[in-house]
Design a protein around this ligand. Structure first.
Ligand code: ZN
Length: 153
């Protein structure tokens, strides 16, 4: 498994919740904001990464913490990027989510609390776990150094 590079672009966010919210509204797209801050879900087969097979490290869109390696990404058929393991044990936090009349396990960035998606127990071996993520919560930093962020003018 590839070691994540030391974080080249650390992101500092204001401690004050209102300021932090304002910064994130400004920096994230409306979908990224809705998904990460309000536990939204992008529509299946619409995200940028569900069908992406490039090698690299998927980072949190909010705080840049490495969350998943492309080595553990697999075809789940769900229409969302799916991984069978987080990049390290402490990177992704889980908690019980009882919204929408279901009991699910929510996955969050352990560093900043961004909503990432849900975790299911129907994944492939060796873990049997499926991290069903939103593309909108992730940013792939490819091993060749290219990036999917829109070029800033
Ligand atoms: Zn984060």
């Amino acid at each position: 498994m590839a070691d994540p590079e030391p974080d080249a672009r650390p992101v500092t966010l204001p401690d004050d919740p209102a300021e932090r919210d304002a910064v994130l509204r400004e920096r994230l797209s409306p979908l990224q904001y809705e998904v990460t801050q309000h536990a939204g879900t992008e529509r299946a087969f619409t995200g940028v990464y569900w069908d992406c097979h490039d090698e690299g490290v998927y980072r949190c869109i909010v705080c840049e913490t490495p969350l998943f390696s492309s080595d553990t990404k697999y075809e789940s058929g769900s229409g969302w990027p799916s991984f069978w393991q987080a990049i390290d044990d402490g990177a992704v936090e889980t908690r019980t989510d009882t919204s929408h009349g279901m009991v699910r396990t929510e996955a969050l960035c352990a560093t900043c609390g961004a909503h990432l998606g849900h975790v299911f127990d129907d994944g492939p071996q060796p873990t049997g776990v499926r991290y069903c993520m939103n593309s909108a919560s992730l940013r792939l930093v490819r091993d060749d150094g290219s990036d999917t962020e829109p070029t800033e003018s």
